[in-house]
Design a protein around this ligand. Structure first.
Ligand code: IPD
Ligand code: CA
Ligand code: CA
Length: 266
């Protein structure tokens, strides 16, 4: 598999999907939203965008299977899989807040080999192939060189459900508010990761995530010189639901605090 050859068509597919999202947003209103569950919004735009992406990816790599958020395609077992979130940041999209993205990763036996995240509003396309560095609109990107938490801006995602961990999470937010340049909740996990990769924020952490939220972004962070782990400091961050991504320099300080706060939480 020549990954370098797959990047360009994958970017084109992500941009085509982004153009569809941008166009649909012009006439979108809240009545077109469905609830998959409490605080789990979806619209025809998510589903139609996914169909555009799946059709495109099938053409460029017919043997690969899929993990996709909206499940418009059968999720069969294959060594190579596309991991797709057609619209990451649906809550922002439906409310008209301009931070949302298309996220496409390619995994080989669960290992992410290629990642593309297209931020629709700023027309920024972040991408990486394993071993080849990370880019935004063809310019190489690198994580921030800040050495200390107190010099760092931190992104996170607020949990949508109680799930037993909210008080610990609030404790973490309090610690970060008092010990960093501040916190940002952008509303798209894929964009959060790309902002770590491009040095706009020093770190990002969140729990209750799915593989399609983070798969592409994690490779982009690693290829930009950053570090990604689960809350325990291990490597189960794509499929494990919990993630810390950072510039590397502040990783231990943040991760140790997370262990201290979340210790014993299921
Ligand atoms: C959500 C976004 C958000 C994160 C949520 C995700 P969606 O994805 O990535 O930033 O906090 O956990 O579910 O639903 O907009 O694709
Ligand atoms: Ca998502
Ligand atoms: Ca989504």
């Amino acid at each position: 598999m020549n990954l370098e050859q797959l990047v360009k068509p994958t970017i084109e597919i992500a941009k085509k999907a982004g153009a569809f999202i941008r166009k649909e947003r012009q006439n979108f209103n809240l009545e077109r939203v469905e609830n998959k569950g409490f605080n789990d919004l979806v619209s025809y735009v998510d589903k139609e965008t996914e169909k555009i992406i799946v059709a495109g990816l099938r053409e460029i790599f017919p043997d690969a299977g899929f993990i996709t958020e909206e499940r418009t395609v059968d999720q069969i077992e294959t060594p190579w899989k596309w991991i797709v979130d057609p619209l990451d940041g649906t809550t922002n999209f439906v409310h008209g807040v301009p931070v949302y993205s298309v996220s496409i990763a390619l995994a080989q036996e669960g290992r992410i080999m290629l990642g593309v995240v297209y931020e629709v509003n700023l027309n920024e396309c972040f991408y990486a192939v394993r071993g080849g560095g990370a880019f935004c609109n063809e310019t190489p990107i690198h994580v921030s060189r800040a050495a200390l938490l107190k010099e760092s801006l931190i992104a996170t995602g607020f949990p949508y459900h109680e799930g037993g961990k909210i008080n610990r999470y609030l404790e973490l937010l309090k610690f970060l508010l008092l010990n960093s340049h501040g916190l940002r909740r952008l509303g798209s996990a894929a964009v959060d990761l790309c902002y770590v990769a491009s040095g706009r924020v020093e770190a990002y952490m969140e729990y209750n995530l799915q593989s399609y939220d983070v798969a592409a972004g994690t490779l982009i962070v690693e290829e930009a010189g950053g570090m990604v782990t689960d809350f325990g400091g291990g490597g189960n961050f794509v499929f494990g639901g919990e993630i810390i991504a950072s510039n590397g320099a502040i990783h231990n300080q943040l991760q140790e605090k997370l262990v201290e706060i979340f210790k014993g939480a299921s």
